[in-house]
Design a protein around this ligand. Structure first.
Ligand code: HMG
Ligand code: MG
Length: 331
């Protein structure tokens, strides 16, 4: 601290941290699946240079994130922001600082899986849709055709000892179709589990979900034998509901949460999608609840601030903005 000594009676300087008060029915630990470099950067106007992307992943890992979704092996015409997937993955795989860090990548088909496995990826994700409209927009396929495309991908990945995650988009609402019935989501989750996906991430692609829906979907999945131990939640924050929805998922047994550093994100094939739940906002809540994550909030917020300068716009995360106010740092 600098400046003149404080007058008697002035409250002591304190770092901005939430007061820890645990709540009943919460897990002791949450695993954060960081998606900033993939879900975040895939939707930015600015194409970030590959060296900066590699540095972003390094800083995220150094902040304590053990899982950092790095990129997507998709057609570069579909997602030009991630056209450097191979170059980036090579840089990451060769970096001793990232040894032991889980670096999942998205692969929609055999071609994507071949590229990922050649570069040594050990964790891949296929990405299905609960709705026909989004399957068509995102994958140029019907739901059935896309599941048929993923089946050999999952099978070959498992045979190669790679872990497979299955995303399901539009679990809570779809911009073309409106409400999405729980049974429709359960059916796609079941198909992904049957083909070998170790974990299913439930996507609120356009951020419309509310907590009652989250509870209803988790109950529907539980009744179909898909329990919270194999589920992750993936909330976009379009309507400011991502944190409430996450809290509801935690109360219902889920312990893996997808989030994006600084709240970057969206989906290029769903116009109404905005950024993901910001990892810093999630951390603030988890820290207040006394839930372990292994992530250093200050280092993470500094990383998001650094990326925001590269993107030329402030971070949408409330926590990143609050922590960056100088008076908070030095009362
Ligand atoms: P298509 O046009 O039907 O592909 O696209 P195709 O199989 O007919 O092949 C056409 C051309 O693409 C061929 O090349 C293939 O070789 C090539 P050409 O002969 O024309 O030169 N090709 C590829 N090239 C590179 N890598 C590949 C690949 N596959 C084919 N893997 C395809 C089908 C699946 C490829 C396309 O639809 C695609 O790439 N889609 C990706 C869309 C995407 O990445 N969306 C964002 C991620 S999903 C998301 O953000 C949601 C999530 O966050 C959860 C949530 O929020 O809900 C996960
Ligand atoms: Mg997403």
């Amino acid at each position: 601290m600098t400046g003149t000594p404080e007058a008697p009676g002035t409250p002591a300087a304190h770092a901005p941290l939430p007061t820890v008060v645990p709540a009943a029915g919460m897990p002791a630990r949450v695993r954060i699946h960081e998606v900033g470099p993939r879900d975040g950067l895939q939707n930015e106007q600015t194409v970030v240079p590959v060296a900066d992307k590699a540095e972003f992943v390094r800083r995220l890992a150094a902040a304590g994130l053990g899982t950092v979704e790095a990129t997507s092996f998709v057609h570069p015409r579909w997602v030009p922001q991630l056209a450097d997937a191979a170059e980036l993955y090579e840089l990451l795989a060769a970096d001793p600082a990232l040894r032991g860090v889980d670096l999942p990548v998205l692969v929609p088909n055999d071609r994507g899986l071949d590229r990922a496995l050649e570069l040594g990826a050990r964790h891949v994700a296929v990405f299905a849709s609960a709705t026909e409209s989004f399957a068509r927009a995102n994958l140029n396929r019907t739901v059935e055709e896309s599941l048929a495309m993923f089946e050999p991908v999952a099978e070959r990945a498992v045979a190669a000892d790679a872990r497979v995650r299955g995303y399901v988009s539009m679990c809570f609402g779809d911009p073309w179709e409106g409400a999405v019935p729980v049974e429709q989501v359960v059916r796609v989750c079941r198909a992904l589990r049957d083909m070998g996906c170790a974990e299913i991430s439930l996507g609120d692609t356009i951020g419309v979900a509310t907590p009652g829906q989250v509870e209803a979907l988790l109950a529907g999945l539980g009744a179909a034998g898909i329990g919270p131990d194999v589920l992750a939640v993936h909330f976009h924050d379009t309507y400011g509901q991502a944190l409430s929805n996450t809290l509801t998922a935690l109360r219902n047994g889920v312990t893996t949460v997808d989030a994006s550093a600084g709240g970057l994100g969206g989906c290029p094939y769903a116009r109404s999608a905005t950024g993901n739940l910001a990892t810093e906002d999630l951390l603030w809540m988890l820290r207040g609840l006394g839930i372990e994550t292994g992530v250093d909030l200050d280092r993470l917020a500094a990383t998001s601030g650094w990326m925001a300068t590269r993107l030329g716009r402030p971070s949408p995360s409330r926590t990143v903005r609050a922590l960056s106010v100088p008076s908070h740092k030095e009362p």
